[in-house]
Design a protein around this ligand. Sequence first.
Ligand SMILES: [Zn+2]
Length: 110
Amino acid sequence: MLTIDKDYIKNKIQNELLIVKKEIKELKENSKPITPDCILDDIGREEAMNEVRVNAQILEKVEQREKNLKYALSHVNDKDFGTCIVCGEPINIERIMVRPESVRCVRCAD
Ligand SMILES: [Zn+2]
């Protein structure tokens, strides 16, 4: 098994968290409810409402990712960090590098 560079992973997670926080801030700004006094025809209104809905869905996913990243950050030093929670096999190192919040291996992810 390859050893995981925990400091590298920690840095990586912290960087990801910064990006995610920025995304959440932007999404929150874009998912504000439409004010009734804004001038939109029916189609425009519908489009705007769709956008708000889509943004809200993305926001939910990003917030979930933030939670996962925070969880990963607090467990980097655990001896079973990088172990699949389903099959107990080590998670591919490249997968951890790309998505440090991964708790499942590639085989168990789907
Ligand atoms: Zn697995």
